[in-house]
Design a protein. Structure first.
Length: 132
């Protein structure tokens, strides 16, 4: 799966000047989410057709929630470490575990948890900006 993501992301490349202007949340989104959810969050990423269930259109989260962006729910879905088994399987990676493994290597157990939580907050905040 990781090789598919790399191949798909090659079509989502951006230049260094653009990278300097983007937020941490946007950079994390492009790195972790765009391959399935698409550049604009519409669920049309390069790997979306390979999934059993199409990725959610992230631009409609607030609209589907009575006009209010469901920040806590978005954070929980991205994190995924505390998912309820009765809610079924998910194709979306459990980013909380993915990020934590990487962040713990770089910052130790306590620092890794703090950095992982911040990464997820940045990502959820960026997804909020995608709302129509």
């Amino acid at each position: 799966m990781k090789y598919l993501m790399v191949a798909a992301l090659s079509g989502l490349a951006f230049n260094a000047a653009t990278a300097q202007e983007m937020s941490y949340g946007e950079a994390e989104y492009l790195n972790s989410c765009a391959v399935c959810h698409g550049l604009s969050g519409g669920g049309d990423g390069p790997l979306s057709g390979l999934l059993l269930k199409p990725p959610d259109d992230l631009t409609l989260l607030a609209k589907r929630n009575g006009g209010a962006f469901p920040y806590s729910r978005v954070f929980a879905v991205i994190d995924g470490r505390y998912a309820i088994a009765s809610h079924g399987n998910r194709e979306m990676p459990v980013w909380g575990r993915e990020f934590l493994a990487e962040d713990t290597k770089n910052y130790g157990p306590s620092g890794g948890e703090v950095v992982t939580t911040e990464r997820i907050h940045n990502l959820a905040g960026y997804i909020e900006t995608l709302q129509h």
